[in-house]
Design a protein around this ligand. Structure first.
Ligand SMILES: NC(=O)c1ccc[n+]([C@@H]2O[C@H](COP(=O)([O-])OP(=O)(O)OC[C@H]3O[C@@H](n4cnc5c(N)ncnc54)[C@H](OP(=O)(O)O)[C@@H]3O)[C@@H](O)[C@H]2O)c1
Length: 372
C-alpha cells in the first residue's frame, strides 16, 4: 500500500496571524494523519509533483489513520473540481501544499465516527472543509474536528458539495465593496462560471439588476436561457459589449456600481468602460491569464476603484465563526429556493481523468463533481 505523507500547508503570499496560522497548520496536519496510519485502505487522488493534472494525478489506495480524541472520521460524498484545484496541482496557485498531496479543496462529507473529545460534530452530520487544503478527492478521511464545519443535511447534495467556495465568494463580492441597494446594477464577466451563477442568484434575491457577460459559443441561446432562468437580467457576449449600441442600452439601464472580474485582459477593460462614476471593479479570478489594464481616463474622469478579493484571506481575517454565519445565511438562500448548485456533471472518483479534462475545456458550462 502506498504510504502518503500529505504535508503541512504553506501559505506563501501573505504572512498569517496566530490563530489562523495555527488552524491552518492543525487542519493540514490532521489531513496528513488521515493518510498516514491505521489499517483500512481508502481511495484518493494524489499528486506527487506539479504538472498537467491528467498526467500527475493518480488514484491510490491510502491507509486511513486511527481516530484521535479530537478527530472525526468522515466519508466524502461529493467534491468538485475547481480552477483553484487545477492551479494548485499545476503549482501556480497562492497555496502550495507540500508534496505528495491529495487533491481537492471543497466538498461535502458525512461523519461516520468521532473521537472521545469531539463535541460539535456527531455521526450522520454533513460537514464541509473550514479551510483550503483538506484534500477532498478521497473516499474517506480522518481529520480534526476544527477543520470541519457542520451544515444542514436537508439541502441538495450538489449545493452542499459546492457551498464553501463559490457562493461565499459571490456573497462577499456583492456585500463588501459597494453599498448596493435594490435597483442598483452590477456587471460581471464569466457569468456562467460557478461564482457567476451564484452572483446571478444572490443578486436577484437582493433585488440587484445584473449585466452578465459570457464568451460567444455555438449554444449561446441555450446558455442565455439557463442564466436567465437563474435570474440574470441581461446576458451579453464579450463582442456585444464592445459595440457602440451599448451606449443606447445604458440610456435605459443604470450604470453598474460594481464590476466583478473573473477573467482579466480585454474583458476586464470592457467591464471598466461600462462602470458608473466612482464605481468599483473587483478582480477575483484570472481565467484569461492576462493582466488587468486600466485607462488613465477611467481614473481621472471616472474615479474608478480597482480592488481584489480572495475568499481564503477573508476566512483568515474574519475567523471561523463569521464563516459559519455566512454558510448559514447561504443555506437560508438555498432553503428559500433562491440559490441552487451550478450546472454539474457527476463523475465517479475512478473516472477522475474525465473530470479533470472536462474541467479544463472551454465552453463546458458544467462543474465536474467527483462522487465517491
Ligand atoms: N478569489 C477568490 O476568492 C475566488 C473564489 C472562487 C473562485 N475564484 C476564481 O474564479 C474563477 C472561476 O471559478 P469557478 O469555480 O466559478 O469556475 P468554473 O465554474 O470552472 O468556470 C470557469 C469560467 O471561466 C471561463 N473561462 C475559462 N477560460 C477562459 C478564458 N480564457 N477567457 C475567459 N473566460 C474563461 C469559463 O467560460 P467558458 O464557458 O466560456 O469557457 C467559465 O465561465 C477561477 O479563476 C477561480 O480560481 C476565486
Amino acid at each position: 500500500m502506498w504510504a502518503l505523507r500529505v504535508a503541512l500547508a504553506q501559505l506563501r503570499p501573505r504572512p498569517q496571524r496566530g490563530p489562523q496560522r495555527d488552524a491552518a497548520r492543525r487542519a493540514a496536519s490532521s489531513a496528513s494523519r488521515s493518510a498516514a496510519g491505521g489499517a483500512a485502505g481508502v481511495r484518493a487522488l494524489v499528486y506527487a509533483q506539479h504538472g498537467e493534472p491528467v498526467k500527475v494525478v493518480e488514484l491510490k489506495t491510502l491507509e486511513l489513520s486511527s481516530l484521535g480524541r479530537s478527530d472525526v472520521r468522515m466519508k466524502m460524498l461529493a467534491a468538485p473540481v475547481n480552477p483553484a484545484d487545477i492551479n494548485m496541482i499545476q503549482g501556480t496557485y497562492g497555496i502550495h501544499p507540500e508534496l505528495p498531496a491529495i487533491g481537492g479543496n471543497e466538498g461535502v462529507g458525512q461523519v461516520v465516527e468521532v473521537g472521545s473529545a469531539v463535541t460539535g460534530v456527531k455521526p450522520g452530520d454533513w460537514v464541509i472543509p473550514a479551510d483550503m487544503n483538506l484534500g477532498t478527492w478521497r473516499a474517506e478521511a480522518v481529520v480534526s474536528e476544527e477543520s470541519l464545519i457542520v451544515i444542514p443535511n436537508d439541502i441538495p447534495l450538489l449545493c452542499a458539495a459546492t457551498l464553501s467556495v463559490n457562493p461565499c465568494t459571490a456573497y462577499r463580492l456583492l456585500s463588501d465593496f459597494e453599498q448596493l441597494r435594490p435597483g442598483d446594477s452590477i456587471i460581471q464577466n464569466a457569468a456562467n462560471s460557478g461564482v457567476g451563477q451564484a452572483v446571478i442568484q444572490i443578486a436577484a434575491a437582493l433585488g440587484l439588476r445584473t449585466i452578465n457577460v459570457v464568451r460567444d459559443r455555438p449554444d449561446l441561446q441555450k446558455l442565455t436561457d439557463r442564466l436567465k432562468d437563474l435570474g440574470a437580467e441581461h446576458v451579453f457576449t464579450e463582442e456585444a459589449m464592445r459595440k457602440p449600441e451599448m451606449k443606447d442600452f445604458f440610456k435605459n439601464f443604470p450604470r453598474p456600481r460594481l464590476a466583478l472580474n473573473c477573467v482579466g485582459g480585454r474583458s476586464s477593460t470592457e467591464l471598466m468602460r461600462h462602470l458608473g462614476y466612482s464605481g468599483t471593479m473587483v478582480t477575483y479570478g484570472g481565467m484569461a491569464k492576462q493582466p488587468v489594464t486600466a485607462s488613465v481616463s477611467s481614473f481621472i474622469f471616472k474615479d474608478i476603484k480597482l480592488r481584489g478579493f480572495w475568499v481564503s484571506q477573508w476566512k483568515k481575517d474574519k475567523g471561523t465563526d463569521q464563516f459559519k454565519e455566512m454558510i448559514l445565511t447561504l443555506c437560508d438562500f438555498i432553503h428559500r429556493g433562491q440559490l441552487t448548485a451550478p450546472a454539474c456533471s457527476q463523475v465517479p472518483l475512478q473516472d477522475y481523468r474525465v473530470a479533470l479534462e472536462a474541467s479544463m475545456k472551454p465552453f463546458i458550462s458544467s462543474k465536474q463533481i467527483l462522487t465517491m
